[in-house]
Design a protein around this ligand. Structure first.
Ligand code: NAP
Length: 329
């Protein structure tokens, strides 16, 4: 097997690329495994959740906004400018039992195609928004047709101003996103599959106290209507099975996220109860020395491009210091 890399970075969202920029400038010759595109059931792309975001308007430094895919292309170009090597493959498995660590790679996302070794690793594989999984939902999410999994990212776009909008879900994220949307929308509907919310009382109150807030109980979305942009949703009552149409110009899916940590199963890296990487302190250290984590894979709470980028920087600095302390030069 070839010599071990100093630093492997798994993942190619804002956390991974920022870690790569810092590590490359610190002459750690980082290798980024940027991942293989797949459907899971929604799209999972190299570049992460931003690849499904049209306009990013809340990342500092872009006064006129930037598209998510353009931003990720620019992050990658900046990382490559300083010598980052990028491999468009997945890491299927990690063996942290001895150093340097060994990683099993795959060029199709399923089958083992090789092995590499590295002295340190930054896990930056993100978390994937859960989707209902309807064909028209995915089509309009991909085309920027008014279906999104992030109201804080997309909700302030002009197309949603003074329009009826809907949020699917009954948890804290749904309440937070719906409350945010009440600032712009004519009406915000929560579509929830049961007759009581999972969200904390305070988050429920925050939403329900808005004059343009409405909850549709015992309802699921069975189709998303509209050719180029959303015109409405078809609902089904979970008790009576009755169907009804609701006219909305935006649909925000807030039914949870799944952290991309399946490949860490049996690796010994400590995960929390929801499957996110558990960090040791307010830095990027996991329970295994030499294994660091950054971005949404270790953050169920903020999930913003700018917070992920900040965590990527932290992880690169932690890894650099750890490598120096362990005589890897
Ligand atoms: P969550 O608590 O797991 O809630 C997901 C919601 O989506 C639930 O209401 C669930 O319905 C619904 N759901 C799941 N699958 C569905 C499907 N296929 N179709 C329709 N509905 C579906 O997820 P979350 O709201 O993203 O919150 C995740 C964690 O972050 C929580 O611990 C939360 O407290 C925390 N958080 C905190 C804040 C804050 O404090 N500021 C903000 C956001 C998130 P059921 O209720 O029927 O299961």
């Amino acid at each position: 097997m070839a010599d071990a890399h100093k630093l492997l970075i798994i993942g190619s969202g804002p956390a991974g690329w920022t870690a790569a920029i810092y590590a490359a400038r610190a002459q750690l010759s980082p290798v980024v495994y940027s991942g293989v595109p797949k459907q899971d059931p929604g799209p999972v792309l190299p570049g992460g959740q931003l690849m499904l975001t049209t306009e990013v308007e809340n990342y500092p430094g872009f006064p006129h906004g930037v598209t998510g895919p353009q931003m990720m292309a620019d992050f990658q170009a900046q990382a490559e400018r300083f010598g980052t090597k990028v491999i468009g493959e997945d890491i299927l498995r990690c063996d942290f039992s001895k150093r340097p660590f060994t990683f099993t790679t795959s060029n199709d996302g399923k089958n083992e195609t090789g092995q590499i070794r590295a002295h340190a690793v930054i896990i930056a594989t993100g978390a994937v928004a859960n989707w209902i999984g309807l064909p028209n939902e995915m089509r309009l999410a991909r085309s920027g047709g008014g279906v999104s999994a992030c109201a804080v990212c997309d909700g302030a776009l002009p197309a949603f101003r003074s329009q009826p909008l809907a949020v699917v879900g009954g948890g804290d994220t749904a309440m937070e996103e719906a409350s945010y949307l009440t600032k712009f929308a004519s009406t915000v509907y929560i579509i929830h599959r049961r007759d009581s919310l999972r969200a904390s009382k305070i988050m429920q109150e925050r939403f329900l106290s808005r004059p343009n807030a409405k909850v549709l109980w015992n309802k699921v979305v069975v189709d998303v209507l509209g050719e180029n942009s959303i015109e409405g949703v078809m609902l089904e009552d979970t008790v009576t099975r009755e169907r009804s149409r609701l006219d909305v110009r935006g649909l925000f899916i807030a039914i949870g996220h799944t952290p991309a940590t399946r490949f860490l199963k049996d690796s010994g890296v400590e995960l929390d109860a929801s499957g996110y990487v558990a960090l040791k302190r307010r830095d990027s250290y996991t329970n295994i020395p030499g294994v660091f984590a950054a971005g949404d894979v270790a953050d169920a709470n903020y999930r913003q491009a700018v917070t992920a980028a900040g965590m990527g920087c932290t992880a690169a600095l932690d890894a650099e210091r750890w490598l120096a302390a362990n005589d890897v030069h």
